[in-house]
Design a protein around this ligand. Structure first.
Ligand SMILES: C[S@@+](CC[C@H](N)C(=O)[O-])C[C@H]1O[C@@H](n2cnc3c(N)ncnc32)[C@H](O)[C@@H]1O
Length: 217
């Protein structure tokens, strides 16, 4: 586990869970809506935290499969307990987004919600590459992530402290998305969270083989 912020959240998984349920319910619902699911897909939540989005997905996907992964053991512990309480079968794993323990082209849809501000630039690149790898051709990746953080004294000091390694920067470098090979299908402004931190929803798609052969944009 690399970052202080990730370690702190791990130790406070229950507090985080309460905050997320109170503040992110609308975000999770929007992510599910943007995914346009049929109900029989195999989906993966990356950096799933305490599993609130996964519960919504499991409720929706009557014939599908929900898998989810997070680097923080206490987050997965809380998520597993909640899935049990709801009687949902969700396949949880402790692991890192930069080396996903799944096969190539295993999933129809992948999700992230507010994880890229925990990752260095290099890890952001690796995470996008991994999500691309585990998606089937034509598969979708739906996210809600922070954009550039405000340049106030607090954030400037934090960036200095973390040697500007990419933490506290969300997924705003669009260059990374272009490099990863994903096609941007849709982007829209998300809510402002934690006092003026802008977010953005994105629906990305992995081109199918024909689109890649003919170089379709
Ligand atoms: C702000 S929380 C968001 C959790 C969840 N997606 C939600 O919406 O409630 C960020 C999550 O990313 C996880 N995380 C950080 N780095 C990760 C990595 N490299 N691989 C997987 N999960 C990671 C943290 O443990 C934490 O649970």
């Amino acid at each position: 586990m690399t970052h202080l912020i990730t370690k702190a959240l791990n130790l406070n998984a229950r507090i985080y869970d309460r905050w997320a349920r109170n503040n992110l319910a609308g975000v999770y619902a929007k992510i599910v809506e943007l995914a346009g699911l049929r109900g029989d897909e195999k989906v993966l939540g990356v950096g799933c935290g305490t599993g609130n989005l996964d519960l919504m997905l499991a409720g929706f996907l009557e014939e599908g499969v929900v898998c989810a992964i997070d680097i923080a053991p206490k987050m997965i512990e809380t998520a597993t307990r909640k899935a049990k309480e709801w009687n949902y079968s969700i396949d949880y794993k402790v692991g890192s987004s930069i080396s996903l323990p799944y096969q190539d082209e295993e999933f129809d849809v992948a999700f992230t919600c507010l994880i890229y501000h925990h990752l260095t630039y290099k890890s952001k690149e690796e995470t996008l590459r991994e999500i691309y790898r585990i998606l089937k051709p034509g598969g979708k990746y739906v996210s809600c992530e922070f954009e550039a953080f405000p340049q106030d004294i607090f954030h400037r000091a934090f960036l200095r402290f973390t040697r500007d390694s990419g933490i506290l920067h969300g997924l705003h470098p669009d260059r990374l998305i272009e490099q990863s090979g994903f096609k941007i299908e849709r982007e829209m402004e998300g809510p402002s969270l934690l006092r003026h931190h802008c977010t953005k929803y994105r629906v990305l798609s992995k081109r199918n083989r024909l689109q890649r052969v003919i170089g379709e944009e």
